[in-house]
Design a protein around this ligand. Sequence first.
Ligand code: FAD
Ligand code: FAD
Length: 465
Amino acid sequence: MADPIRTQVLVVGGGPGGYVAAIRASQLGLDTVLIEVDRLGGTCLIRGCIPSKALIHVAGQFEAMVRATGQGVHGIVLNAPPSIALSETVRWKEGVVDKLNAGVAALLKRAKVRVIKGWATFSNGKTCSVDTAEGKLEVTAEHVILANGSLPVALPNIPFGGPVISSTEALMLDALPRRLVVIGAGYIGLELGIALRKLGAEVTIVEALDRILPLYDPPLVEPVRRWLEKNGVTVHLEAKALSVERIGDSAHLIAETKQGTKRLPADKILVTVGRRPNTQGWGLESMAVDMDGRFVKTDDQCRTSMRNVWAVGDLVGEPMLEHKATKQGEMVAEIIAGHRRRFEPASIPAVCFTEPEIVNAGLLPSDKAAKDAVVTLFPFSANGRALSMDAAEGFVRIVSRKDNHRILGIQAVGAHVSELSGEFSLALEMGAVLEDIAGTIHVHPTLGEAFHEAAWRALGQPIHI
Ligand code: FAD
Ligand code: FAD
């Protein structure tokens, strides 16, 4: 074994939580080692956020061309329908991933973080051995930041393999499945199911609960439901996926639906029933940290129950989102460097990159704490920019306090609304009241004007509705 490495900060996991923690720690003058077994960038860059959004982008362009075929749309006429070479799409997507992966490596190098490629296994709270291509290495640190991330959940009776795939394989398909069955109508299943439908697959969704995207309230989800209906996606609600019958390369999914047991034919079955924290196989047991259900338990500074062992990102709980992981990673590095920080965001905004997109920041009208709040909505059908993009569906909604007009929550559903999420979060983080938004000049014509107008409407003085 090579000489043991001693460092001030050891980060395990090169996903968004880990690599951001490592860069910040090193920037703040702490000697930092990062261990990653796979490619730098983690789930998000390599097999999650970025590749899924690349596929969604291509699917949107393809669908627009399909719509322009024959009769044409807005005067654009394609004489023949487009075709898709999915392997080329995947190759382009890999190029985007490679660029970001190389970018993360360069940032770590510039920050002088020592990166070790290998699998870390802890023998106690501050020491791990790393299996590298060159042999074993021992690393001991004053502070350990755990950022081991999460993995797709498998259904016990429908294990991954053959036609049964997770989001990881769905982002690497070299040919379009003719028939796709998606189990689980959460955001990952819907984003990928919608993209593959746009590319031409026949898509069936099986969801155990009585609605899609169960975390959001029905009005917010309704435009997505309508899109699925209009585009021939069959959705079985209150339906349970039971088992798979394999027939050569394809399969039947056996599902208990409201209409009885169904055999749903599929070339691929995409299982998106959630993600679980990656807590096994790396000696977490020997670190003796407390757990909070499936997750590593942390406080509002991301401290675990063991001194100087910290944990961030998907490993520590919901919501399992990239921007939560990075914020926690950055914060922990600063606390170790002596800064006073706490993880107490006004909101962790979330976006579903569905068709149309959904944004939520802060409280939903259905949240208990919003019981007495005023809920105001401005429809995109009255927004010039939305109409000019032929995207009149959807709205911006504000949840505000009756007494002092403080904004508690902001939601939107519609085309491109993901880009409004920054303004929504800023408003909540700054403690904005309705008058702040109504008094801010918003560029015309933009979708953001719908936020401005919703604030005026909540104040009882709308101009454009
Ligand atoms: P991860 O990104 O999972 O990184 C953990 C890393 O640790 C991995 O690279 C792993 O190899 C490494 N590791 C684990 N154990 C060890 C060990 N013992 N030794 C060495 N290395 C180890 N979030 C969003 O905010 N927006 C989105 O649009 C979005 N889209 C998504 C789409 C899909 C299809 C998926 C699957 C996820 C998506 N997410 C999205 C979620 C996002 O990817 C995660 O929240 C984020 O990656 C969590 O970051 P993390 O650093 O906690 O963990
Ligand atoms: P999920 O969203 O978990 O969806 C899986 C779906 O599969 C569920 O609807 C479930 O009913 C269904 N299902 C399970 N088993 C079966 C079966 N056998 N047959 C049929 N259907 C089945 N995400 C966000 O995007 N934004 C947030 O703000 C956010 N906040 C969260 C807050 C909390 C308290 C929790 C618990 C989760 C939150 N999440 C949020 C979700 C999140 O972070 C998950 O990582 C993410 O939802 C995983 O995506 P998914 O699509 O794979 O699974």
